[in-house]
Design a binder for this molecule. Structure first.
Ligand code: HSE
Length: 392
């Protein structure tokens, strides 16, 4: 019988409280939260004050704790906590996608050097066990592509605006009230959050380490009634999809609003649900579906990591070990719908192969081809007069 693992927790927000709840409702897991480090002294909290500390070293220097669970908001502080804990020989669980994406290679190296394990299933697609499946089930040669709805907030907004006629700002407010959105919702709506998740998936799918700033992301913040009408009239839905695949011995990846028809599995993914579709050489397409945001669904993935640590599970980073790292490239083109403010903008984007052009006094758009390199350089998220969606 394994001994009961003692957990030191950083952060007691939506996911931290969710974890406390689910851990206390689950009899089968041999672990208990014994100390919780939080920032704000005066916040009312639903459990005994004895649990709390405001001093991180009360956890990091406490030799009686076996596992550190990091569930705070600030990515820089999170990296400090996680790297220190690993170096002190503790097993660590984190859900901080921004921190992990920004430091993945460093964290990989620290794990190799120290032998301490870091698990982060909850950082990608909430409750869907995608990282462990990529690590354990799929041998490298089998995988050709991965597509995912990896952000619950934007999928919630897209569902509520297209199906229930809610306004964008009301739908965002609801997503915030339900605890789905980041504390800075720009990370959700401008697709930084799903990009961080794609970044992590790139490592576990193809063994690639890439900096987030090298990956193109564009969100749904500029979605207009004209864009929704365009999609509806063509029988399509707009979904924010992260994509990666192999193309000529290179790996490509981006996050972009994507027009999907009702044959596409993502068409039916609604509200805060997430989904991942893998394209594999022999098994063809496989689809994972589950809640991608919210306290309990995310905490269930943290809990599963704690449980895996009880059995000394660790990521082996098999794809990295097998492949070395494949080159990541943005040198390829996408078919896109572009609602644009003026011809100069189309020139700036170097749009080619224009197959449709539409203009009225309300909107103007083209359907053509654009290189991902150009999209990345054009800082689309800084503009409010453009909408771009991938058109298959
Ligand atoms: N803000 C994130 C989302 C939370 O909406 O998906 C889960 O990572």
């Amino acid at each position: 019988m394994n001994k009961k693992l003692r957990v030191g927790l950083f952060g007691f927000g939506v996911v931290g409280q969710g974890l406390y709840d689910v851990l206390h409702k689950t009899k089968g897991i041999n672990a208990e939260v014994v100390k919780i480090c939080v920032k704000h002294r005066d916040k009312p909290r639903p459990i005994d004050v004895e649990y709390f500390t405001f001093e991180k070293n009360d956890i990091l220097n406490n030799d009686s704790l076996d596992i550190v669970v990091e569930l705070i908001d600030n990515a820089d502080e999170a990296f400090e906590i996680v790297s220190t804990a690993l170096r002190k020989g503790k097993a660590v669980v984190s859900a901080n996608k921004k921190m992990i994406a920004e430091h993945l290679q460093e964290l990989y190296i620290i794990q190799q050097e120290t032998g301490s394990p870091l698990l982060y299933e909850a950082s990608v697609c909430g409750s869907i066990p995608i990282i462990r499946n990529l690590e354990e089930y799929y041998d490298n040669d089998l995988l050709n592509s991965l597509d995912g709805i990896c952000n619950g907030t934007t999928n919630y907004i897209l569902t509520k605006t297209s199906e229930e006629n809610k306004t964008y700002s009301d739908a965002l407010k609801e997503a915030q009230q339900k605890g789905f959105a980041e504390s800075n919702p720009r990370l959700d709506v401008q697709a930084f959050d799903p990009k961080y998740k794609l970044n992590i998936l790139l490592c576990h799918t193809f063994g690639v380490f890439v900096k987030p700033e090298s990956i193109f992301n564009f969100g749904i913040q500029n979605l207009s009634a004209a864009d929704s009408t365009f999609a509806r009239e063509k029988g399509l839905k707009i979904k924010l999809i992260a994509h990666t695949s192999k193309l000529n011995d290179k790996v490509i990846g981006y996050v972009i609003p994507t027009l999907v028809n009702n044959d596409n599995m993502f068409y039916a993914v609604r509200n805060e649900f997430n989904a991942v579709q893998l394209g594999a050489a022999f098994s063809d397409k496989q689809f994972f579906y589950g809640k991608g945001a919210g306290g309990h669904p995310t905490a269930s993935a943290v809990l599963s990591d704690i449980s895996a640590l009880v059995y000394r599970y660790r990521y082996e980073y098999k794809k990295v070990e097998q492949n070395g790292t494949l080159p990541f490239s943005n040198d390829h083109k996408l078919n896109v719908y572009i609602r644009y403010p003026n011809e100069a903008f189309l020139k700036e984007l170097e749009v080619t192969d224009i197959q449709q052009r539409f203009s009225s006094h309300e909107t103007q758009y083209v359907i053509g081809r654009v290189s991902v390199d150009t999209l990345l350089r054009s800082n689309l998220n800084d503009r409010d007069d453009v909408f771009v969606a991938k058109w298959n």
